[in-house]
Design a protein around this ligand. Structure first.
Ligand SMILES: Cc1cc2nc3c(=O)[nH]c(=O)nc-3n(C[C@H](O)[C@H](O)[C@H](O)COP(=O)(O)OP(=O)(O)OC[C@H]3O[C@@H](n4cnc5c(N)ncnc54)[C@H](O)[C@@H]3O)c2cc1C
Length: 405
């Protein structure tokens, strides 16, 4: 059995950054895939949106209530530190109109090379193409068993990622290792994903997006959430930031009410009454266009009603139906897009059992966690990679400090 003082399982952004901040010749990084960072290469369609602009407190608000847990990590390695890290290694970046940071080369490969080179320079040894199948606690540390070999170590960092995009090597096994070592696991669910419906009638409008749409979520008849933002119609359902960023709160069987107008039913109704008084001859089509609705949607919602039909000619029933469809269009959520489409995993190793100041397990001394294997997930826009880098950095640093002490 080969012995290394430190072993890191997982060569994603979290594991690589842990190797950089805490590793050295005494560290072995085990990556199950043929190469590290395969998921990183898929990020932002290969362009790698690695962080987001804003102060650390602003960033912390984007992690689904995990602000307190992530605070020490994000302060120990901030978005500015990350931008500088890549800049110093010849990868300048820019911020786009949405506040997302990307490398100027728009190449995730550049980002990955910088990480691997830096980890190698620090002396980290890589053992690739061999998955860890189990981890056991021993008197002096841990036994790490892979398909082909067996290793022992004193300190262990689990950085195996979540379960989404399993073809990149992230299959959720880290949660199993953590459970076998005594940790609680918050059930894993796909997040940052679109939603599908078998009965959605607007799929012919796939590609249409609405800047300030509203989404109300009803569960067993009760309002369970209310969201606002950019909504996209797809061939099978819905996507866009308002759906993707809040998908962690959605469940199969939910009914979503879609508001395409950006103002509520009462306001639109009031506008209708005002227009009727002032300009009753106005066609219903032009009224809807003035509400900001796109032509294709207007046609779809009007159905057999001609767009020239004046507001004063519209019947009470037609008015009620149209108001409902513009501001509360029903969508039955049959399924969230699954693990092959979701960008992140919500759930994972229970964060209450991890010391946020060190990333060390509160239950098993010498065991550390980094990245998405923990129950942390952020909004889209670079927050997830920032969390992977910051927690990886902190885990590596704390481990190194603990060895020196
Ligand atoms: C399509 C897509 C686009 C995305 N775009 C963005 C974006 O633009 N910005 C952003 O911030 N986030 C984005 N994300 C999310 C982001 O990629 C992840 O949050 C991030 O990669 C998590 O890093 P990690 O190191 O924790 O885990 P991962 O990147 O998943 O890495 C874990 C590594 O561990 C290895 N591993 C797993 N199990 C074992 C085992 N048993 N033995 C050995 N090795 C193992 C895996 O092979 C993998 O290489 C995107 C995700 C996807 C799927």
């Amino acid at each position: 059995m080969d012995h290394f003082p430190t072993i890191i399982i997982g060569g994603g952004p979290a594991g690589l950054m842990a190797a950089i901040s805490g590793g050295g010749p005494e560290t072995l990084l085990i990556e199950g895939g043929p190469k590290p960072g395969r998921k990183l290469l898929t990020t932002a369609a290969g362009q790698c949106n690695f962080t987001h602009e804003g102060t650390v407190p602003e960033l912390l608000a984007r992690y689904n209530g995990k602000e307190r847990f992530l605070r020490p990590a994000l302060f120990s390695f901030t978005n500015e530190n990350l931008i500088a890290f890549f800049n110093e290694r010849g990868i300048p970046s820019f911020v786009d109109e949405k506040g997302r940071y990307l490398p100027r080369s728009l190449s995730a490969r550049d980002i990955l090379h910088a990480l691997i080179n830096e980890a190698r320079e620090k002396g980290t040894r890589f053992h690739q193409n061999d998955r860890v199948i189990s981890v056991e606690k021993t008197d002096s540390g841990f036994r790490v068993i892979t398909k082909l070999k067996e290793f022992s170590c004193e300190k262990l960092i689990i950085a195996t990622g979540g379960r989404s995009f399993p073809k990149t090597g992230s299959t959720g096994e880290g949660a199993r290792f953590a459970r076998e070592l005594g940790h609680s696991i918050v059930p894993l669910r796909p997040a940052l994903t679109g939603v599908e419906s078998d009965v959605f009638t607007l799929t012919s409008l796939a590609g249409l997006s609405f800047e300030e749409a509203g989404v109300e979520v009803f569960r067993q008849g009760k309002l369970a959430g209310r969201y606002k933002g950019n909504l996209l119609i797809t061939h099978k359902g819905l996507s866009g930031p308002v759906v993707i960023d809040n998908s962690r709160d959605f469940r199969e069987g939910d009914r979503l009410n879609l508001n395409f107008c950006g103002q509520n039913r009462e306001k639109v109704n009031q506008k209708w009454s005002e227009e009727l008084k002032e300009e009753g001859k106005q066609g219903i089509g032009s009224f809807m266009k003035n509400l900001g609705l796109p032509r294709k949607l207007i046609g779809e919602l009007l159905g057999v009603i001609p767009p020239e039909k004046s507001l004063s000619q519209m019947t009470k029933g037609e008015r009620k139906k149209l108001l409902g469809e513009m501001t509360e269009y029903p969508f039955s959520l049959d399924r969230l897009q699954g693990w092959n489409k979701a960008m992140v995993t919500t759930g994972g190793v229970e964060t209450k059992e991890i010391n946020p100041k060190t990333m060390e397990s509160r239950l098993v001394p010498g065991l550390y966690f980094a990245g998405e294997v923990m129950d942390i997930d952020g909004d889209s826009g670079g927050f997830n990679l920032q969390a992977a880098f910051s927690t990886g950095f902190l885990a590596g640093m704390s481990l190194r400090k603990s060895v020196k002490e």
